[in-house]
Each structure stands twice: as structure tokens, then as C-alpha cells.
Design a protein around this ligand. Structure first.
Ligand code: NAG
Ligand code: NAG
Ligand code: NAG
Ligand code: NAG
Length: 429
């Protein structure tokens, strides 16, 4: 099995100029520094997620994590309830799922794993159990009460659309939406509007070669320029779910102040190699700045954090696949390497945005699904997003999520946060 890139590979990639002799020592020092800095970072956030606990020092870290106000501080939620929603385990739920592909008509073919013959169904039968409390499963009537007369936009890439379609399925037992405009739906009874806005890079971007190959064509990213296409849409929305991720792993050229400053995977000798965490961080900074400077915008912005992929035995274009049929326990895996870098890049920018937003009365909230989803290697379509032998580029999909399935929990979490936001107690109902 080809190991995915690790923590240390990234350190060495970033420090290519180090002399060989001193390299090991320097790397070890860097690693120690990072291992120290990361926990400090979390202490400064006010909580310490369990995926950063190192097994040998679990109890020490755990004790550090208590008594710092819980996760509310970092999600921006009021701290009335002390529960870290995002640290826990998946436990069996024989009652799941609450919908199927014959009760929900809006499942995209690529995520309709039942249709394409996925033989196992156990992956649908789990629910997320936070360590310190219960997370109620999605209640569509409660959701509709909260969003009556309101609007919600999912801005970003196809994983965001995947979450929106999960939400529409969870709502389908109460009401079917009417698509009144491309990618915009209204639920008539509740006058609730939902929209999907395509913005996979969340900043201004352009295909460098519009005729290039589908998944590997080069894109120009203008990392400090707003993408007006989504910004002018969301100005009237009450909820914005912002989330972009895997497009940042494509070959990309980075522009700042109109100048080329570097690239990722462009393989041009005279262009500085930078990482996708670099562009990710800058892109979020710009997107948040856009929202914080948007005249008339009064919505609540949820940053839905990085959605992990689970390719094993190679990347998506090397025959990698995801054939597991059970979730991991939280002790069996942990966030590291590239996904961790991406997660830290975006949550760092989130902290700044949340602080800035507070000054002008705008709310930013952290829908922190990364660790929860890291534990679900079994919940992707793999090769059940199309017919067998069908010639598709994305043959094994270990990025998107089957519907119904683990991604439904993102909406359990979203609803729970919206309820806490509304400051009303719906619990136990
Ligand atoms: C739903 O899944 C079943 C298999 O469980 C499949 O036979 C059927 O074609 C699917 N229906 C739709 C509408 O996708
Ligand atoms: C529906 O909600 C919108 C705001 O999203 C509001 O402007 C409009 O007046 C509402 N319509 C009705 C019939 O309540
Ligand atoms: C890189 O160098 C080549 C050859 O000197 C030149 O043609 C090209 O325009 C340069 N590319 C950039 C992005 O500066
Ligand atoms: C699949 O399609 C691509 C491009 O359309 C083509 O180059 C390739 O040969 C096809 N593969 C098979 C097995 O048909």
C-alpha cells in the first residue's frame, strides 16, 4: 500500500534547501516545534480536539483540554451549553436512514450508491455521538420552523452541493421544493429558499487553458481578489454555508496584487513552488474579507471545514479506492499531513474573520465536520457512482459521499448549531 503523504514529507518538501548533514536534526527540531505549536494553537482556540491527542499522551492532553470553555468559543456559539459536538464516536443506529432513493428525488446519480448496486447497507446505519452530549438526528419540522421566510446558500464546490442535496433529502418527508430558477429552490409552505452557488476556489479564478484536460487543467487563482459572482448573490441570504476544498489540489497559478507569486504543481522552472495550503489560506482570507466588507449583508456564515478524502492504494488517478465497510473508532486514525494542513489553514483564517465580524455585528460559525468525517472511509461511492465498466474519468470516488449516509450528519450538526444560535431549547423533543 502506498502511504499517503505524511507530516514529515511535508516538512522536508518545504525545506529543500536544508543541508543533508544538518537535515535530520533540523527536521526533528521542526517536528517537535510543530507538535508543540499545534496543541498551543488549540489551547488558544479554547479547546483541544481529540484527533490531535497522541495516544501515548492522551490523558495529559485530555486534561489540558478540559476547563477551557468547550468548543463554543471556537465555533463562535454562545457558551450556554458545554458540549464539544465535534469530538465523539460513530455508534450504530438501526433506525437510519430516514430516507432512501425512492423517497428523495434529488440525489445526484454520482452519489446514488444504491442505484449502482452497492451491496452493503451498513454504512447508512450509524449516528454521531459527541462525547459529552447527544446529537439529535435531523428533525425537518424543527428545521423548517427555524428557516421560515429565510434563505440559505451553499457556496463552494461539489461537496457543498452534496451537503445541500443531503439537506433536501432530509427535508423531503415534509415538503418537496420547487426549482424556480437554476440551482435555486423554494419550499412554498415555509417560504424557505435554498441555493447552490458554484465557486470551487471562492476567489476570482480563470481556467488558464479552457481546452485543457478535465481534472488536471491549469487554473489561475487571483488570491487577493473577490469572486463577485457569488458575493453579489449571497448579499441577501440569511445563512451562507461556505466550503471549498479539493480543487486546491489541482495545478494552479497564484496571483497576488496582479503579479504571479508562485504555483502548485505547474512544473514551470521559473515559478516558485508553493503549497495548496498556501492558496487555501489566502483564498479563505479573501472570501471572509469579502463577506466582512459586504454592504447590506446580515447573514450568518458557517465555515464547513475540510472534507477528508479516503483514497487508499493510490490517488484518484492512480487506481486508488475506498472499500472499507465500517467507520473507524476515534483511536484508530487521526488527522495528519495534508488534510491537517488544510484544516489549520482555514480555521486560522476563520478565527480572524470571526473577530473582525464581531466588530461589525456579523456572525461566523465553525461547522467542524473534518474529524467526524475522517472516521468514515466507508461512506464514499467508490465505484458505485456509475455503472460498472462505464468509462468515467473519476472511476473510484472517495471524495463525495453516498446519499443517504455519513454526510447527513453534517446537517444534524448544522441544525443543532442553528438551534443553539436561536437560543431556544428544542432538546428532548
Ligand atoms: C434505488 O435503489 C435501488 C436499489 O436499492 C435501485 O434498484 C433503484 O433503481 C434506485 N432508484 C432510483 C430512483 O435511483
Ligand atoms: C418570503 O420570504 C421573503 C424573504 O426571504 C420575503 O421577502 C417575502 O415577503 C416572503 N413572502 C411571503 C409570502 O411571506
Ligand atoms: C519562464 O521562463 C521562460 C523562458 O525564459 C519564459 O518564456 C516564460 O515566460 C517564463 N514564465 C513565466 C511565468 O515567467
Ligand atoms: C475512456 O475514454 C477516454 C477519453 O474519452 C479514452 O481516451 C479511453 O481510451 C477510454 N477508455 C476505455 C477503456 O474505453
Amino acid at each position: 500500500m502506498k502511504p499517503s503523504r505524511t507530516w514529515f514529507d511535508h516538512l522536508s518538501a518545504k525545506n529543500q534547501t536544508l543541508q543533508n548533514t544538518g537535515k535530520t536534526v533540523v527536521l526533528a527540531t521542526l517536528a517537535l516545534t510543530l507538535l508543540t505549536v499545534v496543541p498551543l494553537y488549540y489551547l488558544s482556540l479554547g479547546y483541544f480536539p481529540s484527533f490531535l491527542w497522541f495516544r501515548s499522551s492522551r490523558s495529559t492532553s485530555a486534561s489540558l483540554s478540559r476547563g477551557h470553555g468547550g468548543i463554543q468559543q471556537s465555533t463562535g456559539l454562545p457558551s450556554s451549553k458545554q458540549c464539544d459536538l465535534f469530538t465523539g464516536e460513530w455508534i450504530p443506529n438501526p433506525d437510519a436512514p430516514s430516507y432512501t432513493n425512492s423517497t428523495c428525488f434529488t440525489i445526484h446519480d454520482e452519489q446514488n450508491c444504491m442505484k449502482f448496486g452497492r451491496p452493503d447497507t451498513e454504512y447508512m446505519k450509524w449516528r454521531w455521538k459527541p462525547d459529552g452530549c447527544e446529537l439529535p438526528v435531523f428533525n425537518p419540522l424543527q428545521f423548517f420552523e427555524l428557516v421560515r421566510g429565510k434563505s440559505m446558500a451553499f457556496v463552494g464546490d461539489s461537496i457543498g452541493r452534496n451537503q445541500m442535496e443531503s439537506l433536501m433529502c432530509l427535508l423531503s418527508s415534509v415538503e418537496q421544493p420547487v426549482e424556480y430558477q437554476t440551482l435555486r429552490w423554494r419550499y412554498p409552505t415555509y417560504n424557505f429558499t435554498i441555493a447552490n452557488v458554484w465557486a470551487p476556489f471562492i476567489v476570482k479564478s480563470k481556467a488558464a487553458d479552457p481546452d485543457g484536460p478535465v481534472y488536471t487543467a491549469l487554473f489561475n487563482l487571483y488570491l487577493d481578489e473577490f469572486d463577485d459572482d457569488w458575493i453579489k448573490v449571497v448579499v441577501d441570504f440569511d445563512y451562507v454555508i461556505l466550503a471549498a476544498e479539493h480543487w486546491f489540489f489541482r495545478p494552479t497559478m497564484f496571483y497576488e496584487k496582479g503579479q504571479l507569486v508562485g504555483c502548485y504543481l505547474c512544473r514551470q522552472e521559473n515559478v516558485t513552488d508553493l503549497s495548496s495550503a498556501y492558496s487555501y489560506s489566502k483564498a479563505y482570507r479573501t472570501a471572509f474579507r469579502a463577506l466582512n466588507s459586504l454592504q447590506g449583508f446580515q447573514g450568518i456564515t458557517f465555515l464547513r471545514t475540510f472534507s477528508p478524502q479516503h483514497f487508499e492504494n493510490g490517488f484518484w488517478n492512480e487506481g486508488g479506492r475506498c472499500v472499507r465497510t465500517r467507520p473507524y473508532k476515534s483511536s484508530e486514525t487521526r488527522l495528519e499531513g495534508l488534510p491537517l494542513e488544510m484544516y489549520l489553514a482555514q480555521t486560522d483564517e476563520f478565527k480572524v474573520a470571526e473577530r473582525e465580524g464581531r466588530k461589525r455585528g456579523l456572525k461566523f460559525r465553525l461547522l467542524d465536520i473534518t474529524f467526524t468525517s475522517l472516521l468514515r472511509p466507508d461512506a464514499h461511492p467508490n465505484n458505485y457512482g456509475h455503472w460498472p465498466r462505464e468509462n468515467v474519468t473519476f472511476y473510484n470516488d472517495c471524495s463525495h459521499w453516498c446519499l443517504p449516509g455519513a454526510i447527513d450528519t453534517w446537517n444534524d450538526l448544522l441544525l443543532q448549531m442553528m438551534k443553539m444560535e436561536a437560543g431556544r431549547s428544542f432538546d428532548g423533543s
